[in-house]
Design a binder for this molecule. Sequence first.
Ligand code: ZN
Ligand code: ZN
Length: 367
Amino acid sequence: MLWRLTLWLKITFPSSNKLFMKLLVTLLSAIMLVSCSHEQGTHNPQYYPNHYAEDGTFRNPYLEESEKSLIQFLWARSTTDWSDWSGHEMKVSPVTLDPQLIHQTNHPIPRVSWIGHSTVLIQYKDTAVLTDPVFSDRASPFSFAGPKRTFKPAVPLEQLPKIDYVVISHSHYDHLDVDTVEQLGDKVTWLVPLNMKAWFEAQGVTQVVELDWWQTYTEGDVTLRLTPSQHWSNRSVWDKNEILWGSWQIEIDDFNSWFGGDTGYNPYQFKEIGDKLGPFDFAMIPIGAYEPRWFMKNMHVNPMDAVKIHQDIKSNLSMGVHWSTFQLTAEQIYAPKDALAEALQKFPDLPEFKVVPIGSSFQIIEK
Ligand code: ZN
Ligand code: ZN
């Protein structure tokens, strides 16, 4: 059963010391994925009423806390094909983002540009908001190992227009990148989930607003609100769930949008978001990193779950993100796109749920 794991190691580290690399990959894997999924809980909102755990960490209100083990992770890794993405990029190739589109000083119509993975630039009037900016080559604590980008960011960090606000959904390496944070620094205002501010301060960044679920930051015509999601947080094996995770309402004047971060599906949180804050003019919903389902499903939606979120939050237009950039799980690079098309066939009357190449930039015109 371990041959696939060994094959993966050979592909990833062809000329390196195997024993060292096995240890390294096990450590990386533990950091990135172990305990990323929990056993299916009894979804009883009255029994699991809030997101504060007794030990001071955070929890998912609709899941029992029963963790997957390292053994289960290794089993998932070795019994499913986490094969290399090379050779399949053509099916999802990026488009070139025209810098002129994003360098206007005023955007009378909301503009959305997908930089890659969960990094999206939202511009409306004279405000620019960036979501989960990751511009490094790897989503990893190491510069020499860990998931590597398939495609470069649609625009280099130094060529971004002026950014006012950055929202961060959670602490995982594919959403919170230390080099990117250092480079943007205090030129922007960071909106982060509870208990993340200290991490920013350790990087020397102080322009940080920390929010709990449903708390709001408002300045002028901009409202940024942390909303719930079903996920977890860690950047090492020692800090699990010490920092909160979440999704974001991004409201600029009359443009109401939502960014999903990373999340599993439950039939409560997204309906609540839709009932309280919807309808949304636009939503950015993750559609990748979901196989094998027995291991991932409580923490990462698949495209069918993403369609349920699109419906629950009352989105008038959604875009699939968190795919085709880093290979984090077992499905192929193009699979989310095909699976979303298939899922949407079952809901022909829903508003549009786009899947576009990295580098796409478009205006949201009210229908
Ligand atoms: Zn995550
Ligand atoms: Zn992620």
